[in-house]
Design a protein around this ligand. Structure first.
Ligand code: BGC
Length: 457
């Protein structure tokens, strides 16, 4: 991020001169905006009261006092605020009574302690032709020039206008940009909607526009979504995807400096660490561990390995070493009774992998309201113990308890459709009776709290 740092230094110098002049004139000196390398470091995290309210609803429906106490503890955890449609910027009745973007920022400011920065995270998620490879989170904007136009003016411009208000300059505003958007343009081109998203160039234009507008605000930080190890962990996918990101970001006004980092595992269940499967090349029975059907030769079993490899590849393709990585750990804990406690001693590869892995999914591709999952590591800045991963933070980007989607046809004005991946009859391992994506799912929340790893305290 050399470019950005140089630019800031130039700006700071200008403002320092202005400050001297202002002091001489007896006016209050304007403080220079600061753009730090890791916005989460040393900051307190904004806790979304809308999320806390949803959790309270689950507490009220729970009788076991131990589970209630754990739910109450989860309520105090920070989660990202999803701007998942234009109405989410404005809040109120059009968005299920949730707070507007400005209201969240006012609250973040009100809770800021003197001398300590505050950081609030927002998910920018309204790409034209969104969720092209699935149905559960199809959005409101079509994959057309008109959709792109509305994305720019009614969505990104509206967000940028709020972020840029001078009163918010002391908040470190971090953004997670378009979950699944660019990754779908690499691996899902056999899907006609994704193929069109790619060939039309509309989604790349949209992401570049978002970066240009958001990067221009000094206290806003941009993190591009980068899928997860179970999706992009193969060498060929990983290299090719970093290449796409490099091209996309080089096409923004500030080039690579317009991105502060990447975020992986958003809304997914891939573990941070597979403690008993540490060597993908180790031969057990028929072949190396990674040749087992669960991994399909993908050598990256977890997000710790994945972020390390992605960071290395970014630097190899010319990105600054200061590019930060963030992992969504909201639902990748895999605690509970099914969690293995030791490496398997089986000599059969299949049994060995099945008994050793903490990821209890039947297949790594399952992503909708996965049965057996638990809350993961609590959000925190600069987690130690992951050398080479350059982790800026663990975050709970997906608010645990909000559904991934429904298998049933539930009429709605959000563009969401029934998804077979969320239908337990079509996809064993998806929880039954799920509401629409983003809506509160009490049974899932209870399960996540019960299976948390580390346990909620
Ligand atoms: C949904 C969004 C929701 C988000 C967070 C996504 O799957 O499509 O509407 O805001 O999850 O729960």
């Amino acid at each position: 991020m050399t470019y950005r740092k140089n630019r800031r230094r130039g700006l700071a110098a200008t403002l320092a001169t202005a400050a001297v002049a202002a002091t001489l004139l007896g006016a209050a000196a304007p403080r220079p905006p600061v753009h730090v390398d890791n916005p989460f470091a040393g900051a307190s995290f904004y806790v979304n009261p809308d999320y806390a309210r949803l959790v309270e609803g689950s507490v009220a429906r729970t009788t076991d006092p131990a589970v209630r106490a754990r739910m109450r503890a989860v309520k105090r955890h920070p989660t990202a605020v999803w701007l998942d449609r234009i109405a989410a910027i404005h809040g109120g009745r059009a968005n299920a009574g949730r707070k507007s973007l400005a209201h969240h920022l006012d609250l973040a400011l009100a809770r800021k302690k003197p001398g300590r920065p505050v950081v609030a995270t927002f998910v920018v998620y309204d790409l034209p032709g969104r969720d092209c490879a699935a149905q559960a989170s199809n959005g409101e904007l079509p994959l057309t020039e008109e959709g792109l136009d509305r994305y720019r003016t009614e969505y990104i411009d509206a967000i940028a206008k709020v972020f840029a208000r001078p009163k918010y300059r002391d908040i470190r505003i971090t953004t997670v940009i378009e979950p699944d958007g660019l990754p779908n343009l690499v691996t899902n081109l056999s899907d006609p909607e994704c193929a069109l998203a790619q060939s039309s160039g509309i989604q790349v234009e949209a992401v570049r526009y978002a970066l240009d507008r958001l990067h221009a605000i000094p206290n806003v930080y941009t993190y591009l979504d980068f899928a997860h190890s179970g999706w992009l962990g193969w060498d060929s996918n990983l290299t090719q995807t970093v290449r796409l990101y490099t091209d996309v970001v080089k096409g923004t006004a500030a080039g690579l400096a317009s991105v502060d980092g990447l975020v992986t595992n958003v809304s997914n269940y891939t573990p941070l660490d597979e403690p008993f499967l540490t060597d993908p090349e180790r031969v057990v029975g028929d072949g190396p561990v990674r040749s087992n059907a669960f991994y399909g030769w993908n050598p990256r079993f977890d997000e710790a390995d994945f972020t390390r490899s992605v960071h290395r590849e970014l630097v190899a393709q010319g990105w600054p070493g200061t590019t930060g990585m963030v992992i969504d750990t909201s639902r990748n804990g895999w605690g509970g009774p099914a969690r293995p406690t030791a490496e398997s001693t089986s000599a059969s590869l299949d049994t060995y992998v099945t008994e050793s892995r903490v990821d209890r999914r039947a297949q790594r591709g399952l992503w909708c309201n996965v049965a057996g999952a638990g809350l993961g590591e609590p959000p925190r800045a600069a987690p130690a113990g992951y050398p080479g991963s350059h982790l800026d933070a663990f975050l709970w980007v997906k608010p645990p308890g909000e559904s991934d989607g429904s298998g049933e046809n539930i009429p709605n004005g959000e563009g969401k459709r029934p998804d077979p991946m969320c239908d337990p009859a079509a996809t064993p391992g998806a929880l039954p009776h799920a509401p629409l994506a983003g809506h509160w799912f009490h049974d899932q929340f209870r399960m996540l709290v019960t299976n948390a790893h580390p346990p909620v305290s």
